[in-house]
Design a protein around this ligand. Sequence first.
Ligand SMILES: Cc1cc2nc3c(=O)[nH]c(=O)nc-3n(C[C@H](O)[C@H](O)[C@H](O)COP(=O)(O)OP(=O)(O)OC[C@H]3O[C@@H](n4cnc5c(N)ncnc54)[C@H](O)[C@@H]3O)c2cc1C
Length: 380
Amino acid sequence: MTEHIVVVGGGTGGTVLANRLAEKLGPEIERGDARVTLVSDDPDHVYKPTFLYVPFGKKTVEDAKRPLADLVDRAVDIEIDRVTGIDTDGKRLSLRDGGSMAYDQLALALGAQLVPEELPGLAEGGHHFYGPDGADALRDEMAEFTEGHLVLSVIGTPHMCPAAPVEFVLMADAWFRERGLREDVEITYTYPIQRAHAIQNVADWASEAFEERNINVETFFNADEVDPEEGVLHSMEGTELDYDLLVGIPPHAGSDLVTEAGLGDDGWADVDKHTLESEHAEDVYVLGDLADVPTSKAGSVAHYEAGAVADRIASRTRGQTPTATYDGKTVCFIESGMDEATFVDFEYGTQPTVREPSKPVHWAKLGYNESYWLTARGLL
Ligand SMILES: Cc1cc2nc3c(=O)[nH]c(=O)nc-3n(C[C@H](O)[C@H](O)[C@H](O)COP(=O)(O)OP(=O)(O)OC[C@H]3O[C@@H](n4cnc5c(N)ncnc54)[C@H](O)[C@@H]3O)c2cc1C
């Protein structure tokens, strides 16, 4: 009998996983003992870290995309369709185009959704760089913005790439300085808890960098409503900020599919943080942003998780007991201006050290972004 492994989601987690499975199960696929299908609702793979550079005119939204078919091993069947239901008892997926698909082992890598509509006024009054349309529109705003108050507000957690909002304001500071406009632009960063970032060491480093660069910080600021007419951002704590340009990191959500399938009651999937196996269904793995594990929602996490999940699925397919686990490994490069960066790496339960920013680390981040296309293919 052929073991059918279905991976849903053609982003970082799903693509790396599908390629790893093709490599690990090459002989089984060749013999017809195993089949790997990647289902994604987008024919393109989108590399979201590129969006950080779009508002500053350094990259375009097109730079973030490659056809999925160019990145995925030929041994994997690609199905462009949207999964609309998951029946974990019957081991079957419903598809938007009407059909259904049976699986023996399932891996979900659906990512996180942006839900700006959860904050009144945000869609009308705010901008962001977390998706292609938002990043494009913000580039146009930034190009025209020569004076006034730029407010970046992190609206709720969790959100993808916890470092990106810090990077954005540090890059904006350097970008306005380069253009001789910094004197005329006030910059404020807000964060919902009582420090500038969820990770203490990153918060300490960012607070110092913000102070050096004259960037205002408002902590314990939980955005409640945006008034686009008046240009005011209100917080639940009763404070308010006048803005001329609002960059709001939109609220994020998991997937209704997860809730409806009983894989997690708030849209984020409940999994064992080491095996990435669902706590509620057999032969279901969840990786990437959708998995509720105690680390950042980051591409590096999805990537390392994919390695462990591929090993476990390959072992099961061969009738062996899986032993591979994910230890929480997370790596984040953090831009600290337009030409310097630092990076942090940590595992479950450890605190990262933030190194002194340098030009070589900035070049390394840019270099990684280019070589990502080889990484996603499994060549690096
Ligand atoms: C601005 C920005 C900067 C970032 N910078 C970094 C960084 O520097 N370093 C880092 O490590 N991470 C960074 N990230 C985070 C990183 O991009 C995500 O953590 C990563 O993409 C998560 O991978 P994923 O596979 O879980 O989800 P995604 O890459 O989002 O992929 C989800 C896939 O699922 C598909 N899909 C969704 N629903 C369905 C459905 N119902 N049926 C079929 N297909 C479906 C989507 O089309 C997509 O292909 C950044 C993110 C942003 C927004």
